[in-house]
Write a protein that binds this ligand. Structure first.
Ligand code: HPA
Length: 263
């Protein structure tokens, strides 16, 4: 039997309550030197080959601190993916933001603690993060938002915490003083690992709640309620974005590994 060649150009990493995305797909498992990621779904949108990974597993069973971020990103790399669009639920630290709003952050602060954060353990590689997220994907997201009639804010600093607990009010106040706008538990090291392989990466975030201290209590079911309302719109934005991304990459991400190795 002829072996099917599994390839994809664009990767989508689905966050909480976004465990599937493609309407018609082929399921596959992809082993990597870093372990086995969750099931990967392969399909096509606007004639572009797309691979979808549910970050927390198809049944949402993997907590943020135990996600095998390296396996997920490496599996997409093995498929030939050159661009990744992630989705993340986030809490709003900036009081001007409200649940249901969409953003694509331009920068991040990393407050994770115990994660495998690099592919380069046996050589010294310092990847540049002066432009932390792919500008080309971010502008395609914003453009797509306009097309489907929603605003996607493109200036926001995301702080990534270790979880799985939500933050304390004092932590959120500290992050606010640092200039952070939104908080989530899964954006890092994903963005870092993608860049380490020269893959473009940006994330489409939805505000699911006001961060700790800004509302009485935060519950996962509240995150789920906002997610189920916003999901059709997020999917529309993602489909539109996939359709308008230029075929050639014109961003600094593809050159991320040039001059990155310490000699
Ligand atoms: N904190 C961290 N992660 C989150 C939050 C939050 O308030 N909401 C959704 N993901």
């Amino acid at each position: 039997m002829k072996k099917s060649i599994k390839k994809a150009e664009i990767g989508i990493i689905g966050g909480s309550h976004m465990e599937n995305f493609l309407e018609s797909f082929q399921k596959t498992r992809i082993g990597t030197p870093y372990g086995l990621p969750p099931i990967v779904y392969l399909g096509e949108i606007s004639k572009r080959k797309v691979a979808f990974i549910p970050r927390h597993g198809p049944d949402h069973s993997i907590p943020p601190h135990l996600i095998n971020y390296r396996a997920n990103i490496y599996a997409l790399h093995l498929l030939g993916v050159k661009r990744i669009i992630a989705t993340n639920a986030v809490g709003a630290i900036n009081p001007e933001l409200k649940p249901g709003e969409l953003l694509t952050p331009h920068d991040f602060v990393d407050f994770t603690k115990h994660r495998k954060l690099t592919f380069y353990d046996s050589k010294v590689v310092h990847v540049d993060f002066s432009v932390p997220y792919c500008p080309e994907i971010r502008s395609a997201l914003v453009e797509s938002g306009k097309k489907v009639g929603t605003e996607i804010l493109d200036k926001a600093i995301l702080v990534c915490t270790e979880g799985p607990r939500f933050e304390t009010p004092a932590e959120i106040e500290a992050f606010r003083r640092l200039g952070c706008d939104i908080v989530g538990m899964t954006g890092i090291p994903e963005a870092v690992l993608a860049r380490e392989l020269g893959i473009c990466y940006a994330t489409l975030c939805y505000v699911s709640n006001m961060a700790a201290g800004m509302q009485r209590k935060i519950t996962p079911s509240e995150v789920g309620e906002v997610a189920s309302k916003i999901r059709p719109l997020m999917e529309q934005v993602l489909r539109e974005t996939i359709g308008i991304l230029p075929h050639e990459r014109n961003c600094p991400c593809k050159d991320a590994l040039k001059n990155a190795q310490f000699k």
